[in-house]
Design a protein around this ligand. Structure first.
Ligand code: GTP
Ligand code: MG
Length: 136
């Protein structure tokens, strides 16, 4: 069965939205196969976001992601990778479609990084790589 890495980012945890986000994942029919409360260090975040190194939002992104606890989830189900990214909505929470996690619960806070509540792996290869990092 397909598996993906989902993260409730520090803004989601701090705003008390973890339960609401888990509820949406379960309501869609995906299985919560593993779950961890993580204070991510720079090393883990640098590995996780290696593809973004050098981009203007990279440093603020690493700072934001290390600013507080994260809830890491291994979710399983048929086409869960694609399915969760649809549940999450597009990257910019201001314009993400209503009905999605980012569209319903997120917005722009005028910061240097988009605080958009969740991460979901974007391919089978990323999911395998990211699950190995967060659930070593
Ligand atoms: P997708 O764009 O659908 O791939 O969502 P994603 O969450 O996978 O985003 P991506 O991998 O492109 O970028 C990782 C994270 O960096 C995002 O979730 C945002 O938090 C942040 N980010 C991405 N692009 C930008 C940007 O153009 N500006 C700012 N400020 N932050 C960004
Ligand atoms: Mg991406």
């Amino acid at each position: 069965v397909e598996a993906t890495l989902i993260l409730v980012k520090p803004d989601g945890v701090a705003r008390g939205l973890t339960g609401e986000i888990l509820r949406r994942i379960e309501a869609k029919g995906y299985r919560l196969a593993d779950l961890a409360y993580v204070h991510a260090d720079r090393e883990l975040l640098a590995a996780h976001y290696a593809e973004h190194e050098g981009k203007p939002f990279y440093e603020p992104l690493i700072e934001f992601m290390s600013s507080g606890p994260i809830v890491a989830i291994r979710a399983e189900g048929e086409r869960v990778i694609e399915g969760f990214r649809v549940l999450a909505g597009t990257t910019d929470p201001t314009t993400a479609a209503p009905g999605t996690i980012r569209g319903d619960l997120g917005r722009d806070w005028g910061l240097r990084v988009q605080q958009n509540l969740v991460h979901g792996s974007d391919s089978v290869e990323s999911a395998e790589r990211e699950l190995g990092l967060w659930f070593a």
